[in-house]
Write a protein that binds this ligand. Structure first.
Ligand SMILES: [Zn+2]
Length: 154
C-alpha cells in the first residue's frame, strides 16, 4: 500500500468579522475620523512603533503613549508587482515600506500615481530614500487602504 500523501484541492470563500483590538481600533479611528496616523512610543527604548503595537517586541514592555507621526516619509523598501494575485489589485502596482517622519518603524502601503508600465523609468523615480507623502481617501472606512503613498517631487 502506497504511503504517498494525497493532496486535495478545495475552495473556501469565508467572510468573517473579528475584533480589531484596542490599539488597532484607536489607530484606524484616527485615520478615519481625523486623517491622523498614530504610533505608540515604547517607554524603555523610546522608539515610536508604527503600525502601533500594544507592547514593544524588543523591550517586552507595554507601550502607553500615542504619538502623531508626520504625513511625509522616506521609502525604506519597495516592490513593483507585475503578476496578478488573488484578492489584490490588477497589476502593475507598487508597494512601499515608508518610514514616516517621527516614526521608528516603517509601515507598508501602496505607492500610487507612478507610471509602472516601463520598469526602467519607474525605477528611476521610485528609490530607497525617496520622499513620499500620505494621501487619504475622501471617504474613509477605518482601514489601512484609507490612505496610500505618493512620491514627492515627481
Ligand atoms: Zn522598546
Amino acid at each position: 500500500m502506497s504511503k504517498e500523501l494525497l493532496f486535495i484541492s478545495q475552495h473556501w470563500n469565508i467572510e468573517f468579522n473579528h475584533a480589531a483590538g484596542e490599539t488597532a481600533s484607536v489607530f484606524f479611528r484616527a485615520i478615519k475620523e481625523r486623517k491622523e496616523i498614530l504610533g505608540r512610543r515604547c517607554p524603555a527604548c523610546k522608539r515610536v512603533l508604527l503600525p502601533p503595537r500594544s507592547f514593544c517586541e524588543r523591550c517586552f514592555v507595554d507601550t502607553l503613549e500615542w504619538v502623531k507621526v508626520g504625513k511625509e516619509g522616506t521609502i525604506e523598501a519597495f516592490t513593483i508587482v507585475y503578476e496578478q494575485f488573488r484578492g489584490l489589485p490588477k497589476p502593475p502596482y507598487a508597494i512601499a515600506y515608508v518610514l514616516l517622519d517621527g516614526a521608528s518603524t516603517a509601515m507598508v502601503n501602496f505607492l500610487k500615481k507612478v507610471d509602472l508600465n516601463n520598469l526602467q523609468e519607474a525605477l528611476e523615480r521610485i528609490k530607497i530614500g525617496a520622499r513620499v507623502k500620505v494621501v487619504f481617501k475622501r471617504k474613509r472606512r477605518g482601514r489601512i487602504t484609507d490612505f496610500w503613498y505618493e512620491l514627492l517631487h515627481t
